[in-house]
Design a protein around this ligand. Structure first.
Ligand code: C5P
Length: 320
């Protein structure tokens, strides 16, 4: 049997807005958020050789606790009953535990690529179900671009897409525990979310695709209120980003990454030079926003030898 190999980019995300409404009886929090893919990516090389027995190796320079790649691969193989030898190599570029969804993105990349390589398709509703078993942020990476996230963040709808702005990510090298950040918010346990926050979120979501270059965005990340007092250096970095003239500067997820979105690449590059000289250039990542169209075309290009046509999710040419 011939080896079926593909190398794919597993993109990071930022949250253009993030509101935590209330604690739910299931222990999760009810969210309203706008996810956005950005060009910073891990690289995942997969090779699958069909055969009667399963074999698996994961090759990575770093040790990944509670490895979502392995869990995603097991879920796909169990759901499809595909058998064969699977080798995965992970080249990590997205900082871990930084609010950029790196591990979630890696898991979704396996959910998208593996059914194509094995020739055992999984329809989108079932892929979304498997993704939400792996984590609240995983389903978003099955879709990419700009999306509104509801519920625990796993229920997604397409949002109007902003233009492909240049952006800067600052990763301070500080790990913020997501469960601790949720606990610190101390939200009320209820199944009736507060309509005041929902109304303010709606007003912002309707503007996402309408902003002209240069207009400023009145976005909110509720986690800033609990994470900044614990780590004042993050608020200081956000202040520096604000002074560099972006349309928007905000923390992503539960932190610690801060990002800024600019109208012009020259502005972004000047900010990168200033912040980089203070914090170290390894903490700075120049990126662009990745639209849903770009996300899909990148995937089709990466899997071109193995797919039938340009459908979403990608369709395998090996399916019977
Ligand atoms: O879903 P995921 O495993 O990524 O979530 C990690 C933790 O973050 C959860 O165990 C929970 O403590 C918290 N969380 C939450 N509400 C959400 C998403 C995550 O309370 N909507």
């Amino acid at each position: 049997m011939t080896v079926r190999a593909a190398t794919v980019s597993s993109f990071a995300k930022i949250n253009l807005d993030l509101r935590v409404l209330n604690k739910r009886p299931d222990g999760y929090h009810e969210l309203r958020t706008i996810f956005q893919t950005v060009s910073l990516a891990d690289i995942i090389a997969l090779s699958f050789t069909p055969g009667p027995a399963n074999a698996y190796t994961l090759d990575s320079a770093i040790d990944i606790p509670d490895n979502l790649i392995t869990r995603a691969a097991n879920l796909v193989l169990a759901a499809t009953q595909a058998t064969g030898a699977l080798h995965i190599r992970l080249e990590k570029h997205i900082p871990m535990g930084g609010g950029l969804g790196g591990g979630s993105s890696n898991a979704a990349a396996i959910l998208l690529a593996l059914p194509v390589l094995t020739g055992h398709p999984i329809p989108l509703p079932q892929l979304l179900e498997l993704a939400s078993q792996l984590g609240s942020d995983v389903p978003f990476f099955l879709l990419g671009g700009t999306a509104v996230g509801l519920g625990r963040g796993a229920e997604l709808y397409p949002a109007p897409e902003p233009p492909s702005h240049p952006a800067l990510l600052v990763t301070p090298g500080l790990h913020v525990s997501t469960p601790d950040a949720y606990r610190a918010l101390n939200r009320e346990l209820t199944d009736v979310p507060p309509s005041r926050i929902i109304n303010s979120f709606q007003a912002l979501a309707w503007q996402t695709g309408e902003r002209e270059r240069g207009g400023s965005w009145e976005a909110v990340n509720d986690f800033e209120a609990v994470v900044f007092p614990q780590h004042p250096q993050l608020e200081a970095i956000k202040g520096k980003l604000h002074r560099s003239g972006p349309n928007l500067a905000l923390m992503s997820g539960s932190g610690s990454t801060l990002f800024a979105i600019y109208a012009e690449a020259a502005q972004r590059d000047r900010a990168a030079a200033t912040v980089g000289s203070e914090l170290g250039s390894e903490r700075i990542h120049k990126v662009t926003l990745i639209s849903r169209t770009e996300y899909r075309s990148t995937w089709w290009q990466q899997l071109r030898e193995h797919i039938l046509d340009q459908q979403w999710p990608p369709r395998s040419r090996y399916s019977k």
